[in-house]
Design a protein around this ligand. Structure first.
Ligand SMILES: Cc1ncc(COP(=O)(O)O)c(C=O)c1O
Length: 417
C-alpha cells in the first residue's frame, strides 16, 4: 500500500502521513524527541511562498508598487535573510532592526524606516546608510532629520530622503501620527519649504492588524485619499507615494479571490480620486510570517474536572497581543477525533495564562503528549512577556534540512532574538 497522506486545515506543509503529524518533511514527535520542547519552528519555503504570493498579486493590480516586510512581526535574523534573498523590501521602526539589516547586507534602497520614536542614534544611522524613505509621526522629526543630514553629510550632500507622513486613522483609539486638521496642513507646507534637504513624498495610512472585512480596507483608503487631497489643497504638495501599510490576514486564511477583490476595490477608489499614477507601498508583516511558524510543546498536566490542558509554554511566548488564530493539534494522538472541548493554559503561575478556551481536542489527552500549535509565526517573540523560563529552541526548516537557529545549548541565558 502507498503512503496515506492527509493535509490538515489547508496548510499544505502540515500533513498526517502514515499516522504521523508532519511539518514539512519532518515528524513532530521526532523533532520533540531530538530537541527539548518548547520549540519554535519556522518554514523557510512557506515564507518564500507568501512573499511571492503577495508580490505577484500586488504587481498585477498595482504595477507601480513596492512591498516592504514589516520586520517587527518576526525580527529573527534568519527571517530577514529569507526576505533579502527574495529581494523584497523591509519596513523597520528601530535602530536594532536597522543594525541587523546592515549586518546581513540588506539592500538599503529597499528599506523604509520610521515610527513614533526616532532617537538621535537611530537618525544618525538612517542618514549614514542613506535610507531612501522615512515615515514620520511628529512634524518636529522633519527638522531633526534635516539637521542630522547637514551634520553628518554636510550642507551640499546629495542625500535627500523621501518623507512619508503618518496620520491618525479614523479609529476612535487612534492616537499615533499627525492630526488631520488645518493647522497641521499649514505647518507641513512651511516645514518642507524650510528644510530643503528632505522631500515630501506621500502618506502612510495603516489601519490596524488582521483586517477581516472590505469595510476596513475601504475605511483605510478613504482616510488616505482625504489626507492626500487636503495636503494638495492646503499645503500645495503632491503625493507620489501612497503607503497603505500592512494589516492583511495570514496568507493561508486570505484566499486569493477575496484578496484580489479587496485590492481591486482599493484601486478603484484611488483611480476615482485621480491617483492612478501614484506609487503604492504596502507593508505586510502577519501575512508573510504568521502561518509559517509552529510551536511544539508538551502537556505538563491535565485537569479533568475543569477540562484544562496545561502546556510547557504559555502567554510568555505565545501572548494574547499577537492576535493570531492559534490552532492546536495533538501529535501523540493525531488519529483521534478532536471532539472534546478543553481550555489550554500555559506554565505561568497565573490564572491569566490562558491560550484558548473551549477548543475541541482529543478526549484522551494526557501528560507527556506532544502538542503542535500552528500560526505562531507573527508577533509571538515581539510581544512576548518572557517570564524567567528559558528561551524556546528555535529551528528553521528548509526542504531537507533543519537549521538550529537558536538552541538552548548555543544561546545566552536570556537572549531576546
Ligand atoms: C505602519 C505599519 N506597517 C505595517 C505593519 C504590519 O502590520 P501587519 O503585521 O498586520 O501586516 C504595522 C503593524 O503594526 C504598522 O504599524
Amino acid at each position: 500500500m502507498g503512503k496515506e497522506k492527509k493535509r490538515l486545515y489547508g496548510n499544505k506543509y502540515v500533513n498526517v502521513e502514515d499516522g504521523k503529524l508532519k511539518i514539512g518533511n519532518f515528524s513532530c514527535l521526532d523533532l520533540a524527541k531530538k530537541w527539548e520542547t518548547p520549540i519554535f519552528l519556522f518554514l523557510e519555503e512557506k515564507i518564500q511562498e507568501n512573499i511571492n504570493y503577495i508580490s505577484s498579486i500586488f504587481s498585477e493590480i498595482f504595477p507601480q508598487s513596492q512591498g516592504f516586510y514589516s520586520v517587527k512581526s518576526n525580527y529573527l535574523q534568519k527571517t530577514a535573510e529569507i526576505v533579502k534573498e527574495e529581494q523584497f523590501g523591509a519596513e523597520i521602526v528601530s535602530l536594532t532592526e536597522l543594525q541587523m539589516l546592515k549586518r546581513i547586507g540588506f539592500d538599503h534602497t529597499k528599506i523604509i524606516v520610521g515610527g513614533p520614536y526616532l532617537p538621535d542614534k537611530f537618525l544618525m544611522q538612517i542618514v549614514q546608510m542613506q535610507i531612501p524613505y522615512i515615515v514620520i509621526y511628529d512634524l518636529i522629526d522633519i527638522s531633526r532629520i534635516s539637521q542630522t543630514i547637514t551634520k553628518i553629510l554636510g550642507a551640499n550632500s546629495n542625500y535627500c530622503p523621501k518623507i512619508l507622513l503618518k496620520f491618525q486613522t479614523k479609529k476612535y483609539t487612534s492616537r499615533h501620527g499627525l492630526h488631520n486638521n488645518k493647522e497641521t496642513y499649514k505647518l507641513i507646507s512651511e516645514i518642507f519649504k524650510k528644510n530643503t534637504n528632505v522631500e515630501y513624498a506621500g502618506v502612510l495610512s495603516h489601519f490596524g492588524t488582521r483586517l477581516k472585512t472590505w469595510l476596513q480596507y475601504e475605511e483605510n483608503m478613504k482616510n488616505l485619499i482625504e489626507i492626500v487631497q487636503k495636503i494638495k489643497k492646503i499645503s500645495g504638495l503632491s503625493s507620489k507615494i501612497l503607503d497603505i501599510g500592512g494589516g492583511f490576514s495570514n496568507a493561508d486564511s486570505l484566499k486569493e479571490k477575496e484578496f484580489r477583490t479587496y485590492l481591486v476595490g482599493c484601486k478603484n477608489m484611488l483611480y476615482q480620486a485621480g491617483f492612478q499614477n501614484s506609487i503604492i507601498f504596502y507593508e505586510p508583516g502577519r501575512f508573510i510570517v504568521e502561518d509559517t511558524g509552529f510551536c511544539i510543546a508538551e502537556v505538563i498536566r491535565v485537569d479533568p474536572i475543569h477540562k484544562v490542558v496545561f502546556l510547557n509554554i504559555g502567554n510568555n511566548y505565545i501572548p494574547k497581543f499577537m492576535k493570531s488564530s492559534l490552532r492546536f493539534y495533538n501529535a501523540t494522538r493525531i488519529t483521534e477525533a478532536p471532539n472534546s472541548p478543553f481550555d489550554f493554559m500555559g506554565n505561568i503561575p497565573s490564572d491569566q495564562d490562558i491560550l484558548i478556551k473551549n477548543y475541541n481536542f482529543t478526549k484522551s489527552v494526557s501528560r507527556g503528549d506532544i502538542i503542535v500549535i500552528a500560526n505562531v509565526g507573527a508577533y509571538a517573540l515581539t510581544w512576548s512577556t518572557r517570564f524567567p523560563y528559558s528561551f524556546p529552541n528555535i529551528l528553521f526548516l528548509s526542504k531537507k534540512q533543519i537549521i538550529e537557529y537558536k538552541t538552548r545549548s548555543n544561546s545566552l541565558i536570556f537572549p531576546n532574538s
